[in-house]
Design a protein around this ligand. Structure first.
Ligand code: GRF
Length: 190
């Protein structure tokens, strides 16, 4: 049984879909959520599912990776899914979980990735560039933002009527199935 930790900063829709997908599974379960904000909506969603969720301040994420790794070990975590986590993960944590840490990004990487490309900024840039397609990408986490090996992608068509907001909703809908599927794939190959 794999114990997954999710790192999140925001609403937590991906965290919830992953947790629900694996609830009752004999392959894996979401055992912990770590956030960098007390007010992340993800906490509430995990509470509703009986999954422990904790906050570490930005200082701990930047300067005290040992504390975070100790917490992961205390919960027997062997796999990490970043889901709307708006921080670069400390290299010590990346190195402790190499090949066992995924991220989801709301574009078809390598397009529209990298520093400053997150949330609505991505969808505004995609619409602004006149793209006819966008999507979501699940990739391995390395020390270079949005650059690890791609595990799975899903695409969606953009119509002339689409706005950054409508595109965000379409991409989020794709993510709900894509991320759990990508996690299953990587777990099955470990
Ligand atoms: C998702 O669009 C994800 O691709 C990006 O941040 C968003 C998180 O949304 N990395 P949520 O917090 O899972 O609802």
């Amino acid at each position: 049984m794999h114990n997954i930790a999710i790192f999140a900063s925001g609403a937590g829709s991906n965290a919830e879909s992953i947790a629900r997908t694996f609830a009752g599974s004999d392959i894996a379960r979401v055992a912990l959520l770590l956030a960098n904000k007390e007010d992340a909506g993800a906490h509430e969603r995990m509470r509703g599912l009986g999954i422990p969720s904790l906050t570490f301040g930005n200082d701990a994420w930047a300067n005290d990776p040992g504390r975070i790794i100790a917490t992961l070990s205390a919960h027997d975590i062997d796999f990490i899914a970043l889901a709307g986590f708006l921080r670069q993960v400390h290299p010590a944590i990346v190195s402790a979980y190499t090949g066992r840490m995924l991220n989801i990004h709301p574009s078809l990487l390598p397009e529209f990735g990298g520093k400053g490309m997150y949330g609505m900024r991505v969808h505004r840039a995609v619409i602004g560039a006149g793209c006819r397609r966008s999507g979501a990408t699940v990739h391995q986490v390395t020390d270079i933002m949005d650059e690890g090996a791609i595990v799975m992608q899903a695409a969606v068509d953009i119509t002339p009527a689409d706005t950054p907001e409508s595109l965000a909703a379409k991409v989020n809908e794709l993510e709900m199935a894509l991320y759990p599927a990508a996690i299953k794939k990587v777990l099955s190959e470990l």
